[in-house]
Design a protein around this ligand. Structure first.
Ligand code: PMP
Length: 427
């Protein structure tokens, strides 16, 4: 029995499924999850001494690699001053100002401790601001696990066949309208029918929780337009895409002005952090300035702020995103060429530092229905073949992949060579 197997057996006695977040359990790909002992740069090291080239990067935050020296130093520098005070600190304003500068559509921002809190709070704010109850989301998009948003969700909810979770009251779920991602007509029809009841649209500007699906031309423009016409707010959930697809996030890349933005992952440098922000007029409705309540004991935690700021410094270096995008391009081109040589129907999709792999004969994957038509069995075989080769991809076919700035050419070449051997096994 491997050490991971032993640890998993014991974990299952005390933790549901042995994990603190469902996708980690390898339930859809099968087998035993790899228990991680440590990580450095582009590599994970498991409890059995195996090394993996990592394309999960803690699901996004590790954009400059694991145990980044500047991030670690920033945390060490703060540590001796105490870990939490539950009172204001200067570093919170430094963080808020930095994010507002990097994302000018955010004029005011509040820090929270997870992406789930960020989207949940943004939804409450949109409802409070507009005085309306209904919200619009898209099938296969995941915005965390708060009740209103766990309706036809993506990520683990989709992977494990419970996109609309038991435990969400029907009376609440009925206020969540779920539309088809990238379907402009569907959005227009919905707003024509009930636009005056809708508080907000929440959208992943690049869908990353049903694999990786970029927006089609005109999709975001349509969302902005219907929101303006009907007095609804547009929320860009950039928990994943923020500082991942471009320095100013997807809103900079696609030149769209959302009313509210949610953030997480990268802005915490690997610490538990989320944030929501937007136009001052809307953010002024948040307590204690306004009546919409929102709070958090550990919100704006000084160690988390220090880690996040160090990472934001690093990714602000000129040329950072060009270099990151070039790595993703090289990886995706190499994987596609390897699949083609093995006669495996396979495509990749990518935006900035995120990518998706699809076992499909379609030239592109634009939405939920396309994703559901991909060959999951092949993905699962490929995942395990790559794991044996020392490459760690996301352990489910509905997740995006992430490259970091410290993945070297050699790492990418080794990954592509491993994929050639893995594809050959599938053929
Ligand atoms: N929104 C998006 C777009 C996400 O990808 C995620 C998590 N992957 C969340 C919200 C929820 O964030 P958290 O897991 O930190 O609660």
């Amino acid at each position: 029995m491997s050490t991971s197997e032993q640890l998993f057996a014991k974990a299952q006695q005390y933790i549901p499924g042995g994990v603190n977040s469902p996708v980690r359990a390898f339930k859809s790909v099968g087998g035993t999850p790899v228990f991680i002992k440590r990580a450095k740069g582009a590599y994970l090291y498991d409890e059995d001494g195996n090394q993996y080239i990592d394309y999960v990067g803690s699901w996004g935050p590790m954009i400059m690699g694991h145990a980044n020296p500047q991030v670690l130093q920033a945390v060490r520098d703060r540590l001796d001053d105490g870990m939490s005070y539950g009172a204001p600190t200067a570093i919170e304003t430094t963080m808020a100002e930095r994010i507002c500068q990097l994302m000018p559509n955010i004029e005011m921002i509040r820090m929270v401790s997870s992406g789930t809190e960020a989207t949940m709070s943004a939804i409450r704010l949109a409802r409070g601001y507009t005085g309306r109850d209904k919200i619009v989301k898209f099938e296969g998009c995941y915005h965390g696990h708060s009740d209103s948003l766990l309706v036809k969700a993506g990520s683990g909810a989709l992977t494990y066949g419970e996109p609309s979770s038991p435990g969400v009251p029907a009376a609440l779920a009925e206020h969540t309208i779920t539309l088809t991602y990238n379907d402009i007509d569907n959005v227009r029809e919905c707003f024509a029918k009930m636009g005056d009841q809708i508080a907000c649209i929440i959208v992943e500007p690049v869908a990353g929780n049903m694999n990786c699906i970029p927006p089609v031309a005109g999709f975001h423009e349509c969302l902005r337009e219907v929101c303006d016409e009907h007095g609804a707010l547009l929320i860009f959930d950039e928990v994943m895409t923020g500082f991942r697809v471009a320095l100013g996030g997807a809103q900079a890349l696609y030149n769209i002005k959302p009313d509210l933005t949610t953030l997480g992952k990268i802005i915490g440098g690997g610490m538990p952090v989320g944030a929501f922000g937007g136009r001052k007029e809307i953010m002024s409705k948040i307590s204690p300035l306004g009546p919409v309540y929102q709070a958090g004991t550990l919100s704006g935690n000084p160690l988390a702020m220090a880690a996040g700021l160090a990472l934001l410094d690093g990714i602000s270096a000129p040329g950072f995103y060009d270099a990151l995008t070039a790595k993703v391009d090289k990886l995706c081109a190499g994987l596609e060429a390897a699949a083609k040589d093995a006669n495996i129907p396979f495509i990749t999709q990518k935006v900035g530092g995120m990518f998706g792999i699809f076992f499909t004969d379609k030239p592109e994957v634009n939405g939920f229905a396309d994703v559901m038509n991909c060959n999951i069995e092949r993905f699962n075989q490929f995942f395990h073949a790559m794991l044996e080769e020392g490459v760690y991809f996301a352990p489910a076919s509905y997740e995006a992949g992430f490259v970091s700035s410290v993945h070297t050419d050699e790492d990418l070449d080794n990954t592509i060579a491993a994929a050639r051997r893995a594809f050959a096994k599938l053929a």
